[in-house]
Design a protein around this ligand. Structure first.
Ligand code: DGY
Length: 331
């Protein structure tokens, strides 16, 4: 508990922030009205310290690294009004339990859409054009063996791209992919998305998307219905030349099945911004595979998106505490 940092004594409301590195703009907004206490170290906050620190708080400012469940809500007590996460994803929060207790939950939709779509494209191109492998070769002498067939990978022009999950991020990815002159964009989503018509994306079943796509991009949020939807069976349905990209959550993939599919060339390659667990242990087979690019969950990591996410999280908290409408409440 000696790792707590009391950031302000001036406010009426008590807010606990689970990390010391939440962007300053959001913290500053909160400090004007609240007594803000932030966890300092080590990171992520150990569970026992989280449970102690939230006691008596009116609001908790969390990140996707913090599991917010019954135990945390019990430990916080009856003065807790709001949990606000600096993420669009909320699979780390027991939202149903919060609702049952009348605790509001805020998240940050919209403001990281462009950042995540840009990163998805970057990861797709890095994987298909083998950028990390090529850079490593250039730095370690492999360039000397340059040949016309060296470091080749598939282009996007004329291909079929399948997007699983056609919400804000899936659509933003589709709009950007179109500029690569793909032949068609397929999407799979539980409900019809009217926006798809203007984008020119075609709704298909999950199986059809797997069978037809040259690139399969996972943009779906993680919930019980999407957990490990990319399993052995799904990878076996994909083309042997398919490239799989995931910028949503590691939990949507049966990771052992993916490793096997990459090792056995069931699919060509994968680009992952999300894994299970995070961080991925250094001895994980994914790090050893040439046909896999792994990034450390940096989908939303533009300077602009991160600051706007902090601001929106602070606004969510202040609105809930002041009894006004939250800009992005999970209902
Ligand atoms: C989100 O917002 O859910 C991202 O995955 C975290 O940056």
């Amino acid at each position: 508990m000696y790792f707590l940092r009391n950031m302000s004594q001036s406010g009426n409301f008590k807010v606990f922030i689970t990390r010391p590195d939440m962007p300053e703009n959001g913290v500053t907004m909160l400090k004007k009205q609240c007594n803000v206490i932030a966890w300092k170290a080590p990171l992520p906050i150990p569970r026992a310290d989280l449970l102690k620190s939230v006691s008596g708080m009116n609001a908790i400012f969390v990140s996707m690294k913090d599991r917010i469940d019954k135990d945390v809500l019990d430990a916080a007590g009856t003065d807790l009004k709001v949990i606000a996460t600096i993420s669009v994803g909320y699979d780390h929060i027991d939202v149903a339990e919060c609702k049952k207790r009348g605790i509001k939950v805020g998240h940050t939709p919209g403001v990281l859409t462009d950042a995540t779509a840009e990163l998805t494209l970057a990861l797709l191109l890095s994987t298909s054009r083998r950028l990390p492998e090529a850079q490593l070769a250039a730095k370690t002498g492999g360039w000397a063996n340059w040949s016309l067939t060296w470091m080749t990978g598939p282009g996007l022009t004329g291909t079929t791209v399948g997007i699983v999950g056609f919400g804000r991020i899936g659509q933003a990815v589709a709009k950007r992919i179109k500029s690569f002159n793909t032949s068609q964009i397929l999407y799979f989503n539980r409900s019809d998305r009217p926006e798809a018509k203007e984008i020119g994306a075609i709704k298909v079943t999950f199986d059809e998307l797997l069978v037809k796509s040259d690139f399969v991009i996972c943009c779906v949020s993680l919930d019980p219905s999407t957990k490990e939807m990319f399993n052995k069976c799904a990878f076996e349905k994909m083309k042997k030349t398919a490239i799989f990209i995931n910028t949503s959550r590691g939990g949507t993939v049966d990771q052992d099945a993916l490793i096997e599919a990459l090792q056995n060339s069931t699919i060509r390659a994968a680009g992952l911004d999300v894994t299970t667990p995070e961080p991925l242990p250094l001895d994980n087979p994914l790090f050893k595979l040439k046909n896999c690019v792994v990034l450390p969950h940096i989908g939303s990591a533009t300077i602009e998106a991160t600051n706007t996410m902090a601001e929106l999280t602070a606004k969510n908290i202040l609105a809930a505490l002041n009894g006004t409408e939250m800009p992005a409440e999970l209902k």
